[in-house]
Ligand binder design. Structure first.
Ligand code: SF4
Ligand code: MSK
Length: 627
């Protein structure tokens, strides 16, 4: 039986740091996402094909996928309408999640500028001035705080602006802007596009699948070149623009002799304060008095990525590691903000001493302790959270500890600014390497874990294949945490790259897989590809670059994939979206879009075949560019 459990653990994940914990959980009968997925099987076929509609109370309605009756919902909606509506509803939820996060960061920037949130300072004044300039604000003789106030208000206005355009959209190359303007899908404001999606999917509004999907692209653009980009830029102003640093990753970053606090979710606003609170000497002294040797912070998912990028805080794991971290028996507190947090962590925590502490008014977890975060009292809340974790240390059951050894080393912090600095101030060396063929192209690998895919396997396999073929990988989110755990993010990892890429990485002292941040930081990838296209005076769709989400699960990923495609980057998906119930929608998204936005989606579940297809597409782009 023990062997059986080990085999099961190895089948679930390639992350060696979590396999012993999965095995221990199986022995103890602790339910995790993998068990819950099994219990859901067979998952509803109508749902998987996207042909179940619950949009109104005449339904729910289902379309027969074999062409028999019924072929229409009670209202008359066809499979094409239902599939397109369901997809853009998902997309809008993802765009809303990113953008609402962005709005909150901007509100804290405003409060910091108006002395309502003293704990926050403006760290990157240079970026503040550059952004103010971009927004047409006078900067001479204006104090930093006044500038931050004016800028945050100006950007916040764009959530509901009536001027009909977003400033960051101007960052697109002229050719792309002209195309999007011609198609009529330039985003008009952030909230407007999301609200309009919700309007269009109501019964009896937009029933034309092409019209629905076209607006889906506009909504996604309002996320990529709007809400997400605002979140990235405002976070940089507040907490600093990332630059390369070293840290560690995987569940072995948890410490046997210290109070372990995990910071999980997406928003850095409170967690940055917890990083400070954990360094407080009274808190450390109290931890020691409680029998620990100190306080250890570890990130999880994108709150982790935010803290890693700017503060070098180690990361315990990505999305499928969240329950496993608690099952190490070594976590005193898991502090959560929002997005990608399993409700089930409260149940798993119930089997151990871990306290789940929720902090966002909009994300409460029944069974968790709620300690609400407000910017004006951030320092006190952070201190109280750290104190609660310290108090919980004596409750740890030593005989249930299962902390793996050997954390992996990694480097992160590759903002566009840091990359340009490494390149000597311009994109030219990168473009020269691409033109000469030393670097064949680049792929942005982003997104999540999904228990339908062996944890981290698709991410890592695709990355290994691409770098071996001289394709530079950049990325964000849980994909990058997978890469770090697999040892692909050290300068020495260049050894795993093909000769051209290896030489470039060694010359610059960078790894072949570059961590650019959290989910909202996919906007950094947009800025990078826009800069490359502008330097070559081509459209983004002409570049030998692709996007890939090998293990995606979230609605945010639907929005990210769509804004990449709308920006001209073809995107690989490792799992099919729920669109196969409509041939028309499937064909539009996987082929038809090429003639509209010069990019499209393709689905390939086999990581090797996906890597082959990406390399082929990169070579086609190179040929078309004449390089
Ligand atoms: Fe059924 Fe139409 Fe209502 Fe959807 S909107 S549930 S297809 S009646
Ligand atoms: S956390 S959206 S599982 S990347 Fe950003 Fe990871 Fe995907 Fe959440």
């Amino acid at each position: 039986m023990a062997n059986e459990f080990r085999k099961q653990a190895e089948n679930r994940s390639i992350d060696e740091s979590c396999q012993p914990i999965i095995e221990a959980g199986l022995k103890q009968g602790i339910e995790t996402a993998w068990e819950r997925l099994e219990k859901q099987k067979p998952q509803c076929g109508f749902g998987q094909l996207g042909i179940c509609c619950t949009n109104c109370d005449m339904g729910p309605c289902r379309i027969d996928p074999f062409g028999n009756d019924p072929q229409k919902g009670v209202c008359g909606a066809t499979a094409d309408t239902i599939v397109a509506r369901n997809l853009i509803r998902m997309l809008a939820t993802g765009a809303a999640a990113h953008s609402d996060h962005g709005r909150e960061i901007l509100e804290v920037l405003y409060e910091a500028a108006t002395d309502k949130a003293d704990a926050y300072t403006i760290t990157d004044v240079e970026k503040l001035k550059a952004l103010a300039d971009e927004y047409g604000l006078a900067t001479d003789g204006i104090s930093t705080k006044d500038l931050a106030k004016a800028l945050s208000l100006k950007i916040l206005e764009e959530f509901g602006t009536i001027k009909g355009k977003l400033q960051f959209y101007e960052r697109l190359p002229e050719k792309r802007k002209a195309l999007l303007n011609k198609l009529g899908i330039a985003p008009r404001s952030v909230d407007r596009e999301i609200v309009e999606t919700m309007h269009r999917v109501h019964m009896g509004v937009d029933n034309d699948y092409i019209n629905l999907l076209t607006h889906g692209l506009r909504t996604a653009l309002s996320d990529g070149w709007g809400g997400s980009m605002m979140a990235t830029e405002a976070s940089d102003v507040l907490f600093g623009t990332p630059s390369p640093l070293s840290s560690q990753v995987n569940l072995a970053v948890l410490k046997q002799d210290q109070v372990n606090i995990i910071l999980h979710g997406h928003n850095p606003i409170l967690s940055e304060m917890i990083v400070n609170a954990a360094m407080d000497k009274d808190a450390v002294a109290k931890a020691k008095a409680m029998g620990a040797t100190g306080i250890n912070l570890a990130g999880m998912c994108c709150t982790g990525n935010e803290l890693l990028m700017r503060r070098g805080v180690p990361i315990a794991g990505n999305m499928l590691n969240q329950e496993l971290a608690i099952m190490s028996g070594a976590v005193e507190a898991m502090v959560v903000d929002y997005q990608c947090i399993f409700p089930a962590i409260v149940d798993v925590a119930g089997c151990f001493h871990t306290q789940v502490i929720s902090t966002a008014s909009k994300a409460k977890f029944p069974g968790a302790t709620h300690m609400e975060f407000e910017p004006h009292s951030a320092v006190q809340t952070a201190a109280a959270i750290v104190d609660q974790a310290i108090e919980n240390f004596p409750n740890r059951k030593k005989d249930r500890l299962c902390i793996p050894n050997n954390p992996a080393d990694w480097t992160a912090g590759f903002s566009v600014e840091a990359l340009l600095k490494a390149l000597g101030g311009s994109t030219d060396p990168l473009l020269d390497a691409i033109k000469s063929g030393q670097i064949r192209g680049a792929v942005g690998i982003v997104g999540c874990n999904n228990p339908k895919v062996k944890h981290d396997f698709a991410h890592v396999r695709i990355m290994e294949r691409l770098i071996a073929d001289n394709v530079l990988v950049v990325g964000t989110g849980c994909a990058m945490i997978a890469a770090g755990k697999a040892g692909l993010m050290m300068p020495e990892s260049a050894e795993k790259a093909g000769p051209g890429l290896k030489a470039v990485c060694q010359a610059l002292g960078i790894p072949p897989v570059l961590h650019m941040g959290s989910c909202v930081d996919c906007s950094r990838i947009l800025v990078l590809v826009a800069a490359l296209a502008k330097a070559l005076d081509v459209d983004i769709s002409d570049l030998p670059v692709l996007g890939s989400a090998p293990e995606w699960y979230s609605e945010k990923a639907v929005s990210i994939g769509s804004y990449f495609v709308a920006s001209g980057v073809t995107v690989h998906l490792g799992l099919s979206p729920r669109i196969l119930g409509s041939k028309a929608v499937t064909s539009l998204l996987t082929q038809g879009l090429e003639s509209v936005v010069k990019a499209s989606f393709f689905v390939e579940t086999d990581p090797d075949k996906a890597a082959d297809a990406m390399i082929e597409k990169i070579d086609q782009k190179r040929k078309a560019l004449g390089i």
